[in-house]
Ligand binder design. Structure first.
Ligand code: ATP
Ligand code: MG
Length: 399
């Protein structure tokens, strides 16, 4: 038999619903597929009707390419396929080679023609190849719940044959929806929030507030580890580390204890917005969810929104902690988030924060602060680091 020519075949869903902007989304998807797989070996990428093929002739690790593709936003599903000429003989030979050694009691053939001038219909192909597999393996055809599905996609130039289809993460290609600045603590929620924004096609710039030297640098280490993990989904990230301890100290001097948490959060939003704008961010994102803690009541969320000149997106707003935790486990941030740490929110935090601050109370509290100077202190003191995926030989570049 002729040598097998592997290719990862990528199907997208939401992108295919786009009208005039579809080519733009596809360009982002294609570029991200290339970036996600570049270090594994040479890949030739082709846009076909309704799908993308990553051709892997002479590639050292097609399986690894397939695994990487499964984590690219915009991919609805993908499969490690084999390219054959569009003759029934060639299809048979490859299907035969693929089912060889596989044990299954039932199967179905799912043939699709991406163009309608092919001499055989999908039904005829299903019948031809079905009879062939049945005679080779003795397995029965089951159209509804088969143990194995043999996919045959006939395109004008060639046919793709494959067995297993893996779900991708869905969503939209990162970069297609603009830039968001995500406020990243070391907690469970905000990394999930950032991931969900990436899933909607946003490039995420990370902003972390730490309290060094008032607290040990553990929260920065966690933020770095989280960004490093999340960079696998957007290939390049910037993390801005903002010194917040001195700002908190001044707030403590001027602001009564119950009001402090909301004032801290408003200060974080002002600083994150200034930093985000420098990176072209058009929105902020946080890991807040209604009612989870005192700062996340509707009233206090309102107070936080008041200071933002950009929309604050809260992708977790309607999720409960269990759902968020489950998602954190799936994306691999949970184990980092639960490491013990000294977050700035543990510093100078009142025992009984106010759950309903009015606009008037907040204004009175902030009247005692030199807001512009405090914001400038955070923005000017921030240090940015760059993360790359796949990790290059060098550690993250400090800039
Ligand atoms: P998380 O699990 O994300 O820490 P949380 O449940 O602890 O959230 P809060 O402490 O009220 O809730 O924080 C709300 C949001 O404010 C966080 O999700 C995050 O987006 C932002 N935030 C809190 N602390 C920091 C920090 N040190 N640096 C950057 N952002 C922060
Ligand atoms: Mg937290």
């Amino acid at each position: 038999m002729a040598r097998l020519r592997p290719a990862v075949i990528v199907h997208y869903h939401e992108i295919s619903l786009k009208g005039g902007t579809r080519p733009l989304f596809l360009r982002h998807l294609a570029r991200n597929l290339e970036r996600a797989t570049a270090d594994v070996g040479p890949v030739r990428l082709r846009q076909l009707t309704g799908r993308i093929a990553l051709e892997l002739d002479d590639h050292p690790a097609p399986e690894t390419v397939s695994e990487r593709v499964r984590r690219v936003f915009g991919v609805a599903n993908c499969a490690l396929a084999y390219r054959v000429p569009s003759t029934v003989e060639a299809m048979r030979a490859t299907v035969g080679a693929l089912v060889e050694g596989r044990r299954f009691a039932s199967f179905r053939i799912t043939a699709r023609r991406a163009f309608k001038t092919y001499p055989l219909t999908s039904v005829e192909l299903n019948r031809e190849l079905g009879a062939f597999v049945q005679s080779r393996t003795g397995a029965r055809v089951d159209l509804h719940a088969p143990e194995l599905t043999v996919h045959v996609e006939v395109l004008p130039q060639e046919t793709f044959v494959y067995l297993d289809r893996e779900p991708g993460p869905g969503g939209l290609p990162v970069g297609a929806s603009g830039t968001v600045a995500a406020l990243l603590s070391g907690g469970i929620d905000s990394p999930v929030a950032a991931w969900r924004m990436m899933k909607r096609g946003c490039r995420v710039v990370f902003v972390h507030f730490h309290s060094v030297p008032y607290l040990p640098p553990t929260s920065q280490a966690k933020a770095r580890a989280l960004v490093d993990r999340l960079t696998a989904w957007q290939y390049r990230s910037r993390l801005h580390l903002v010194p917040f301890g001195e700002i908190q100290r001044e707030i403590v001097l001027g602001v009564p204890a119950p009001a402090r948490v909301v004032i801290y959060r408003r200060m974080m939003v002002r600083i994150a917005e200034a930093i985000g704008r420098q990176s072209g961010a058009e929105a902020l994102a946080t890991g807040e969810s209604v009612g989870q803690v005192a700062s996340q009541t509707l009233a206090n969320i309102g107070r936080i929104d008041e200071v933002a000149g950009l929309p604050i997106l809260r992708p977790l707003i309607g999720m409960d902690k269990l759902e968020i935790t489950h998602q954190a486990q799936q994306i691999g941030t949970f184990e980092i988030s639960i490491e013990p740490d000294a977050d700035c929110c543990t510093l100078f935090v009142p025992k009984h924060p106010a759950t309903r601050m009015s606009a008037e109370e907040v204004r009175a509290a902030e009247a005692r602060l030199d807001l512009d100077r405090l914001v400038a202190m955070g923005v000017d003191g921030a240090v940015a680091e760059t993360f790359e995926f796949p990790a290059t030989a060098q550690p993250a570049v400090r800039t």
